[in-house]
Design a protein around this ligand. Structure first.
Ligand SMILES: *Cc1c(COP(=O)(O)O)cnc(C)c1O
Length: 360
């Protein structure tokens, strides 16, 4: 085990953690083999991995991951947000990548184990959280292309500050027609690093065009809107009351976001009509011009809700509403954040409270 971090050093790291660059002191591991199945979960110190250069994942990218958060609760406890939904998605992603499915209970146990020992690493500042990153990869040493017979599971955690340190700020997006994220029959609905690797060049092109993020369109016609970077998209029609929320349906090329699902539920709770449908680029533009499409936002675990202010493409650009953060987006964001922090009731049972042996 590594040397424990002093509380002064931990406080220093937690004061300004950024996103995904500070890690807690421990991690959880498990190993799967074709012959023996899953090992017990094992808690170890956070440490570098030693890897044979012939390890399969380095060559063929057979790997999946998850991303979820644990929050300091206003009553002093700690709770993870919808870990059961993330456990299910982790299984589905694994199945698509021909990796073994981790039983959902083991996923939850790993989180409990890590939160219990690294309890002091859950940030208490508002808008801060502990980002949990489960991952699984092909650890067999072979250049043979086949489903790995040896697989490593890891759970690491990273205290994180607000994704937008200067508050929620609308982004400008680039509609990508030169690149595609996912195609029918591909891996678009699995949370796998290859989807991200294939998107980096498109993201660089978006930046070159003066945009913050890339918007993915369907790969066949480059006409139907799918996602924004690593987040789902949601379209708001009409004024605040009564507004209608529409998010692109899960066609198999979109990632089924837990935030997307949560906001559809909260939207209904707040009295909005909600719908999974489809929207073309032309409809997006025309809706903004006519004033019927009033807000657009992206949603995901890391940033919760990110308003889309301006849209650019090879064929022109336009603004959504007045280009600022809309009232429906901000209301939904607040409703979700309040549940996550225990500041509002949790009617859907989304929080998993972690029993901790010692208080702060
Ligand atoms: C993770 C991810 C999302 C958002 O999912 P959440 O469960 O809401 O965090 C959306 N799109 C892609 C491509 C993703 O990888």
């Amino acid at each position: 085990m590594s040397v424990p971090t002093s509380s002064a050093e931990r406080e220093r790291l937690l004061a300004n953690p950024g996103f995904g660059r500070v890690f807690t002191e421990h991690m959880v591991r498990a190993r799967w083999t074709k012959d023996g199945g899953w090992s017990e979960l094992q808690l170890t110190g956070y440490a570098p991995l030693q890897m044979d250069p012939g390890t399969s994942v380095l060559h063929y990218a057979q790997a999946v991951f998850e991303g979820l958060k644990a929050f300091q609760q206003s009553d002093g406890g700690v709770a993870a947000f919808r870990p059961d939904a993330h456990a299910r998605r982790f299984r589905r992603s694994a199945a698509r990548l021909a990796l073994p499915e981790l039983p959902e209970q083991a996923f939850l146990d790993a989180i409990d184990m890590l939160l219990e020992v690294d309890r002091e690493w859950v940030p208490t500042a508002p808008d801060h959280s502990l980002y949990l990153r489960p991952l699984m990869y092909a650890s067999e040493v072979t250049l043979l292309v086949h489903p790995s017979e040896d697989v490593e599971l890891l759970l690491i955690a990273s205290p994180s500050g607000p994704y937008f340190p200067r508050g929620v700020k609308p982004v400008t997006v680039w509609l990508s027609e030169d690149f595609s994220r996912a195609a029918p029959g591909g891996t678009g609905s699995a949370k796998t690093g290859g989807n991200y690797a294939g998107g980096l060049l498109a993201q660089a092109q978006a930046a070159e065009k003066g945009c913050d993020q890339v918007v993915w369109l369907d790969s066949r016609e480059h006409r139907w809107v799918e996602e924004m970077g690593g987040m789902n998209l949601c379209f708001v029609f009409g004024a605040e009351r009564p507004a209608r929320l529409m998010t692109p349906a899960l066609t198999g090329t979109l990632l089924p976001g837990v935030t997307r699902d949560s906001l559809l539920v909260l939207g209904r709770d707040l009295g909005y009509a909600t719908e999974e449908g489809q929207i073309s680029v032309d409809e997006w533009r025309a809706g903004c011009a006519a004033g019927t499409l009033t807000e657009v936002f992206a949603c995901g675990t890391a940033a919760v809700i990110t308003p889309v202010g301006t849209v650019k493409s090879a064929h022109g650009s336009w603004t959504v509403g007045d280009g600022g953060a809309g009232p429906v987006s901000m209301r939904l964001r607040q409703a979700l954040v309040d549940i996550q922090r225990g500041a509002a009731p949790d009617p859907h049972g989304w929080l998993r409270h972690v029993r901790v042996s010692s208080g702060r």
